[in-house]
Design a protein around this ligand. Structure first.
Ligand code: PLP
Length: 394
């Protein structure tokens, strides 16, 4: 019999009663160090005092008014994001997939309004993940998410990761833009080289395409800059943001330049829930902390420490961990000889929560507030976990 809760997840048999900072307290009575943060969502850890105070205050005022009225918290958050990024304008929604949908529609609309409606195809990158809606599974192009959901939404042409020749060859009279994750998340923590990102910018300019970055996972401070594109010294035309921006409250945002968004007039796009006062209060509170002087430098510093410690860990357990990769506090352990689920399960038994990704990778996505003690604790757990599952010598 089908369970009352639709069985579309293979859930781990563990629930949490409470969270505090980087720790989760399980209903099994154990304390866990949370190096998953949901999936890069609780950017400031659990129950951050500033977020709790701000949300409690807003809860007593007003929750929802729709987008038929002004929402001052939206105007404030939009202005702050505009001030802090390449963008001139922001649309708020509730999730990553929705943020991508808005970006995809915006790019089509841009060419439509420029008198070239035939330019409606986006180039996407192999290994990508852009969400679970019909358009975004099509954009991601991964068969495991597409199977059984035909027909595919048309308008996406996929090319190999990092291959600029193939990308150039895929550009035709119907090409409208390029969508890429600066650091692929679900695909297995694959960071694009900064030169690749710069070349994508140059190619987009050469062919009159709009460049869209999906920073839903790698954005919001995760790489040690507010957004990952900053490392490359270039900027996209459109950017999708979600996950960490709400600190655990569902928030998505599509950021764009004035030029890219010029077709988004009243009535072109919308959302019922998006940008509600609670969500905006949560996101404004996240930004308060992220933009405090020195906070992102701290993320960068602790990310580098974790990176060095993971390289040492790999040297101690070469038959379990094949490679360490990623950026900032978005790091991946590529497993060899064992599955990523083996390592994830063993780490959990040692009190550390991680999350798996494609390409047999275990992802480490700790909250951005971790300190050196948390790094030491995570490494100790991973050391014991890796030792416990080391395959026997052949
Ligand atoms: C999680 C994720 C999405 C989808 O976000 P949802 O909030 O689940 O819709 C899209 N793109 C990337 C890069 C993601 O990591």
């Amino acid at each position: 019999m089908i369970p009352a809760l639709m069985p579309n997840y293979a859930r781990i048999d563990l629930a949490f009663e409470r969270g505090e900072g980087a720790y989760l307290f399980g209903s099994d009575g154990r304390r866990y160090l949370d190096f998953a943060a949901g999936i890069a969502v609780t950017a400031l850890g659990h129950c951050h005092p500033h977020l709790v105070t701000k949300l409690k205050d807003q809860i007593d005022k007003v929750w929802h008014v729709s987008n038929l009225y002004r929402v001052p918290q939206q105007e404030e958050l939009a202005q702050r994001l505009v001030d802090a990024t390449f963008a001139d304008t922001v649309f708020f929604c509730n999730s990553g997939a929705e943020a991508n949908e808005c970006g995809i529609k915006m790019i089509r609309r841009y060419h439509h309004d420029a008198g070239q409606p035939e330019r409606n195809r986006l180039i996407t990158i192999e290994g990508a993940f852009h969400g679970r809606t019909l358009a975004t599974i099509s954009a991601g192009g991964q068969s495991k998410y597409l199977e059984g959901f035909s027909p595919r939404v048309d308008g996406f042409d996929q090319v190999a990761w990092g291959n600029l020749n193939e990308l150039r060859a895929a550009i035709g009279p119907h090409t409208a833009g390029i969508i890429v994750e600066p650091v692929q998340g679900e695909g297995g923590i694959r960071p694009a080289s900064l030169e690749y990102l710069r070349q994508l910018r140059a190619i987009a300019d050469e062919f009159g395409l709009l460049l869209m970055f999906d920073e839903i996972q790698c954005g919001v401070g995760r790489t040690g800059k507010l957004f990952a594109y900053e490392w490359a010294g270039i900027a996209p035309d459109v950017m999708a943001v979600a996950k960490g921006i709400g600190g655990g409250f569902p928030v998505g945002a599509t950021l764009a330049t004035e030029r890219a968004a010029k077709g988004m007039k009243p009535g072109t796009h919308g959302t019922t829930f998006g940008g509600n006062p609670l969500a905006m209060t949560a996101a404004n509170a996240v930004l308060d902390v992220l933009l405090e002087p020195g906070f992102l430098d701290g993320v960068d510093r602790i990310g580098r420490l974790l990176w060095r410690e993971l390289l040492d860990l790999q040297a101690r357990h070469p038959t379990v961990i094949q490679e360490v990769r990623g950026a900032g506090l978005m790091l991946g352990l590529k497993c060899g000889g064992v599955t990523n689920t083996d390592l994830q399960t063993a780490a959990r038994a040692e009190g550390l929560i991680t999350v798996t990704a494609g390409d047999n990778v275990v992802r480490l996505l700790p909250p951005l507030i971790i300190g050196e003690d948390h790094v030491a604790e995570a490494i100790a757990s991973l050391d014991r976990a890796a030792a416990a599952i080391t395959p026997p010598l052949q």
